[in-house]
Design a protein around this ligand. Sequence first.
Ligand code: 4NP
Length: 152
Amino acid sequence: MKTKILMVCLGNICRSPLAEGILKSKIISDTVFVDSAGTGAWHAGELPDSRLIEVAEKHQINLKNHRARQFRKQDFKDFDIIYVMDKSNYNNVIAMAETASDKEKVKLIMGESDLPIEEVPDPYYGGEDGFEAVYQMLDNACSNIANKLNNA
Ligand code: 4NP
């Protein structure tokens, strides 16, 4: 059985596609499936933000095949763990949960990191530095997630 992990942010054009790409790059097991989604629909069908694509490329991660999609209730059934980027994402996803088991799947991704940071800030309205900072945070959290999965 595959372990299925969903990364969730607001637009699915910045943080969660990067988290998906970073985690995929660290996973050596073919028993793990990783996807991402946004709680909002504004960017559905779009490529990630061009600033994000550039920062990801610097770190050898290709995000050009990603297309944004909206989080849906079915995702609670299709995924085992739902990592959200911030507390607002958490509240949006929890509001769509129907069972206690749905709610238990939802976790703040930085809870997996070694950093004293609770949330991945939205880089959308900031500068280029914000995207690199987001990369470093997600790289830390995804290293720990991948270590657990690769040793499972
Ligand atoms: P993301 O960033 O949630 O990391 O994909 C955002 C992208 C777009 C918007 C907000 C956040 N937006 O409001 O359009």
